[in-house]
Design a protein around this ligand. Structure first.
Ligand SMILES: [Zn+2]
Length: 82
């Protein structure tokens, strides 16, 4: 996926892997408190959130996902794949 940080990305780059973060993911605060302090106050991409949480990121803990384009930001509805 092409990501232009100046146009597309809401935030970024990820403080752990350095990749761009085109999606802003909102997770339950209780789950976020499980993120190690070294990453908790910065930007993390979704795969890194999953990796740093001791038990991984459960899909039900994702409350909202936002994506940004040059025409604006949209909220994506998180739906658990079957
Ligand atoms: Zn990352």
């Amino acid at each position: 996926m092409r990501v232009n940080h100046e146009v597309d990305a809401l935030v970024g780059p990820c403080g752990r892997c350095g990749d761009s973060v085109p999606f802003d993911v909102v997770i339950d605060n209780a789950i976020w408190r499980g993120v190690p302090n070294e990453f908790r106050y910065g930007v993390l991409c979704l795969p890194c959130i999953d990796r740093v949480l001791p038990e991984g990121l459960h899909p039900d803990s994702i409350e909202n996902v936002y994506a940004s384009t040059s025409h604006g930001t949209v909220a994506l509805l998180p739906v658990r794949a079957k």
